[in-house]
Design a protein around this ligand. Structure first.
Ligand SMILES: NC(=O)C1=CN([C@@H]2O[C@H](COP(=O)(O)OP(=O)(O)OC[C@H]3O[C@@H](n4cnc5c(N)ncnc54)[C@H](OP(=O)(O)O)[C@@H]3O)[C@@H](O)[C@H]2O)C=CC1
Ligand SMILES: O=C(O)[C@@H]1CCC=N1
Length: 293
């Protein structure tokens, strides 16, 4: 079916055929989110990768989606799709986009999750302008708690925008941003889950070094992170105000924060996020260079 209904309204997402070009962590996070939210029928989702047949079998058995290792089937999956998701690593994207250039039809939409890869570079590699949605989601989409930044190419209609927003909003928060801001989104929330996991690893290790069992340390860490995020969201107070309420004068928290400050905690986190954002831009520039004649 066409991506546009005759009324010009976005069709129900469930009626669209989706193809995931790349079948790794991010593709799975989106697929699982779409299926869990009952936005897409597994039979309308096709996935393929480069060579890992075991991974395709795993996805097929977990989600009942269509998979194939046969190049002619994969070509058919791409041709038949209303929405093609580009879900591979940046280093593999240029080759895939060049191939897609001779396959895509005008009424298809391309949704990219590739860090750093700009709309302009995608158009260069495709050799044509088509509706492209550039996104930066994160893996928490898997459980409906994703945070996604989105930008649209000039060829996107209101219908294309609604389709993309409906999908990404179904499994988390979605923010439309100027394309130039997507590298910042990448540094903050695209990579962000890893920073929190890293902090949790350190907290769990500390708990164990202090003598707690591994399971007690894990449970207490998880609940602390969960509770803190919910406190910021539900009270509407700033993290700084909430932190002050935990910090008794000359108490334990003050001792901990002073120690963190000696290790430049805040500056380190800010530097890390800026570096991630810069790295996204570098990766995008590398792909753009390979796209130029
Ligand atoms: N992981 C994350 O938290 C996030 C990732 N992203 C972005 O998502 C994209 C994918 O990342 P991620 O899912 O982590 O990566 P993975 O390594 O988990 O998956 C990459 C997938 O792409 C496939 N692939 C590579 N080349 C080709 C090809 N030529 N044809 C078909 N399939 C191919 C791989 O197949 P095979 O295994 O067979 O080689 C694999 O299935 C990246 O561009 C990243 O920037 C964005 C936000 C968050
Ligand atoms: O590490 C990466 O490059 C990808 C992009 C955002 C999260 N993971």
């Amino acid at each position: 079916m066409s991506i546009l209904s005759s009324s010009g309204q976005a069709p129900v997402i469930g009626s669209l055929r989706l193809c995931f070009y790349g079948a790794g962590s991010m593709a799975e996070a989106v697929v699982r989110g779409l299926i869990n939210q009952e936005l897409a029928e597994p039979s309308r989702i096709a996935m393929f990768n480069r060579s890992n047949a075991e991974r395709l079998a795993e996805l097929q058995s977990k989600y009942n989606v269509r998979v194939s290792s046969a190049p002619e089937d994969q070509l058919g999956m791409l041709r038949d799709a209303d929405v093609i998701f580009l879900t591979m690593k940046p280093k593999d994207a240029a080759e895939a986009l060049r191939k897609l250039g001779s396959i895509v039809r005008p009424n298809q939409v391309l949704v990219s999750v590739v860090a750093g890869l700009s709309l302009h570079t995608m158009e260069l590699l495709l050799g044509q302008k088509m509706p492209i949605v550039r996104t930066m989601p994160n893996t928490s989409s898997t459980i409906g708690l994703g945070a996604t930044g989105v930008s649209f190419s000039a060829a996107c209609t209101e219908s294309h925008r609604q389709i993309a927003l409906t999908m990404f909003e179904a499994f988390g928060l979605t923010t439309v941003v100027e394309e130039a801001m997507l590298d910042a989104v990448t540094g903050l929330s695209g990579s962000g889950p890893a920073y929190i996991y890293y902090m949790m690893e350190a907290m769990m290790r500390a708990g164990e070094e202090l003598g707690l069992s591994a399971s007690a340390s894990r449970d207490l860490t998880i609940q602390t992170v969960l509770g803190a995020a919910h406190m910021v969201k539900s009270t509407g107070e700033t993290p700084a105000d909430l932190r002050r309420k935990v910090t008794s004068p000359n108490g334990t928290t003050q001792a901990a924060i002073e120690t963190m400050n000696q290790h430049e905690f805040t500056e380190g986190v800010i530097r890390a996020i800026k570096r991630a954002s810069e790295r996204a831009a570098e990766m995008g520039a590398e792909i753009e260079r390979s796209a130029l004649p």
